[in-house]
Design a protein around this ligand. Structure first.
Ligand code: HEC
Length: 121
């Protein structure tokens, strides 16, 4: 009986190794995306954007994955969004108004614009 058990463990070993390797690859592959999303989340919370925006669900304002999709490949989108983040506005996503966010620093606005546009919807 004992040798049978050993046998089945050796048989399973390649799969276990493969699973561990695959897990390791995923872990090595995704940290950048995850780190960026976490950084964006921190900035959104710090600047109270989460009152109206979520990354993956529509709240009062457009969800930020939609924003990323809309401006994918647009030249000048970072600067345009950074300005809009601080100035607010309406008419792009509907009639709802985004109030000016005067307390948001230029650096945060630019960082959030870059991170939003880097989302992979
Ligand atoms: C009171 C709710 C509210 C808050 C707070 C708010 N937004 Fe908005 N946001 C909106 C609405 C509504 C729109 C859609 C405006 C439009 O259609 O032009 C919008 C649009 C946007 C857009 C897309 C702009 C475009 O022209 O496509 C971005 C990016 C954005 N918001 C980021 C932010 C960030 C970052 C913050 C935090 C500093 C923030 N918003 C705070 C309501 C809000």
């Amino acid at each position: 009986m004992k040798h049978l058990q050993t046998f089945s463990i050796t048989r399973r070993l390649p799969w276990t190794t493969a699973a561990l390797l695959a897990g390791g690859l995923v872990a090595v592959w995704s940290p950048k995306a995850n780190a960026d999303t976490a950084q964006l989340q921190t900035l959104l919370q710090r600047n109270n954007c989460t009152a109206c925006h979520l990354i993956d669900k529509r709240k009062y304002g457009p969800n930020l994955n939609e924003v990323a999709a809309r401006y994918a490949g647009h030249a000048g989108a970072v600067a345009m969004l950074a300005t809009k983040i601080r100035a607010g506005g309406s008419g792009v996503w509907g009639e709802d108004m985004m109030p000016p966010q005067a307390n948001v620093s230029e650096a945060d606005a630019r960082a959030m614009a870059e991170l939003i546009l880097a989302l992979k919807p």
